[in-house]
Design a protein around this ligand. Structure first.
Ligand SMILES: NC(=O)c1ccc[n+]([C@@H]2O[C@H](COP(=O)([O-])OP(=O)(O)OC[C@H]3O[C@@H](n4cnc5c(N)ncnc54)[C@H](OP(=O)(O)O)[C@@H]3O)[C@@H](O)[C@H]2O)c1
Length: 298
């Protein structure tokens, strides 16, 4: 089958709360780096055409100055690109966003800690996305100790959920004990952590635990690995390369397929601003790795 005929449906589905999505999704962080907004809009529309119905974003994905800190000229917000490309939104599309970190053109990065600050971030997401509710909000944690207990911050989001501003809640950059703490307050539908075939494997047990509890595990930096915001580099893992050669696919596709093979509850959100990379990434939804491949990849 031609690569651009493989759709996100090939990865199968997972239900987040009450909304079923294809397990191959899309991460929008990279879109703001493109100086040509028209290309970013085309990538988003193509992703949806290719069956993607789970898009990850954040109000602090903004250039210049924001997460990637590149580019010049007027600010480009990923949330606003999503709105421009896709509103009115297809009913089956789930947009996941995150709060905690924020970006202010005057003061740079900020962190919302109080209920009022968290509410302001939720309202910023609503405004920029042009929605009256948010499908899924992840509370993005930092690994350093916070001056405000998790229970207070997650509790504030649970209240916004009860008020109808948010449908579902998740955690990002979380540890298992924080998941337990949050679940005592409100249902958690996903954990979004950095994870990949040769990066952050200390989360192996957490991935398994999420599956056992029926919670989606959504890896980010599955391609970038420990290079994080710097993005993907030339392949450096001989095992990934060997499996890619054997299947006649790219190493990036093997990396994405590997995450999907970690369990039916693992959802991919690869990020790209490149239309060709988008097609290749979605096609990884159809890549089936053998037990031998998986053993080789460790
Ligand atoms: N919760 C959090 O704290 C957090 C943090 C970071 C990101 N995220 C989310 O996770 C998503 C994924 O993370 P990410 O975008 O940083 O990293 P990623 O998906 O691991 O990798 C993106 C990098 O890989 C390149 N790439 C993508 N597809 C490729 C392909 N087929 N062939 C070659 N290169 C390819 C991209 O460059 P090109 O643009 O040139 O393709 C970019 O450099 C983000 O978009 C964002 O939505 C969440």
């Amino acid at each position: 089958m031609p690569i651009d005929e493989i759709t996100a449906t090939a990865a199968g589905t997972w239900t987040l709360g009450n909304q079923t999505v294809n397990r191959m999704g899309f991460g929008s962080m990279r879109l703001t780096a493109d100086p040509d907004p028209a290309r970013a809009l085309a990538v988003l529309r193509r992703a949806v055409e290719l069956g993607v119905n789970h898009i990850d974003t954040a109000a602090f994905y903004v250039s210049p100055g924001g997460t990637l800190g590149v580019g010049t000229g007027a600010a480009r917000y990923a949330t606003e690109l999503i709105r421009a490309a896709l509103a009115p939104y297809p009913e089956e599309l789930l947009i996941a966003t995150k709060v905690g970190p924020g970006y202010d053109p005057e003061s740079g990065f900020t962190e919302a800690l109080t209920p009022a600050q968290l509410r302001a971030q939720v309202e910023e997401n609503l405004r920029r996305l042009g929605r009256d509710h948010l499908d899924l909000v992840n509370l993005r944690l930092y690994r350093r100790p916070s001056p405000v207990p998790l229970a207070d911050r997650f509790g504030a989001l649970a209240e916004l959920r009860a008020a109808g501003l948010i449908r579902h809640l998740g955690l990002s950059n979380a540890r298992p004990e924080q998941l337990d703490e949050a679940r005592d307050i409100a249902p958690v539908v996903c954990v979004q952590n950095s994870y990949g075939v040769d990066a952050y494997r200390e989360d192996d047990e957490f991935v398994r635990l999420c599956g056992e509890r029926g919670i989606a595990y959504v890896p980010f930096f599955a391609l970038a690995g420990t290079r994080r915001e710097a993005g993907a580099a030339a392949e450096e893992n001989p095992a990934v390369d060997a499996v890619a050669r054997a299947h006649g696919v790219t190493s990036h596709q093997v990396r994405l397929a590997w995450t999907l093979h970690r369990g039916p509850h693992v959802l991919a959100i690869p990020g790209t601003g490149d239309p060709g990379h988008l097609v290749a990434n979605v096609a990884a939804a159809g890549l089936r790795l053998s037990a031998e491949d998986l053993a080789r990849l460790g």
